[in-house]
Design a protein around this ligand. Structure first.
Ligand code: FES
Length: 75
């Protein structure tokens, strides 16, 4: 799937740029060319960065656990 239509940059290429150390939309753009034309994909690049950050969290319960285990209610 393409993240950036203008520059034909795929989600995989963006993910690889993030894995290689790109931590901002501008950094991903500099590495891949995505977001350097019309700019409409910059929000999608930001989401890919957020997704990558969420995947790296190691502490605390996952969102799925929080939803699946609601707090106990007093009787
Ligand atoms: S869709 Fe990425 S710059 Fe236009």
């Amino acid at each position: 799937m393409y993240v950036c239509i203008c520059k034909a940059v795929s989600q995989r290429v963006v993910a690889e740029a993030i894995e290689d150390g790109a931590r901002t939309v501008d950094a991903v753009s500099a590495c891949t060319g995505a977001g350097t034309d019309c700019g409409s994909c910059r929000r999608s690049i930001a989401r890919e960065l957020e997704r990558a950050q969420l995947g790296k969290r190691e502490c605390g319960p996952s969102r799925a656990q929080v939803v699946a285990e609601p707090a106990l209610q007093p009787a």
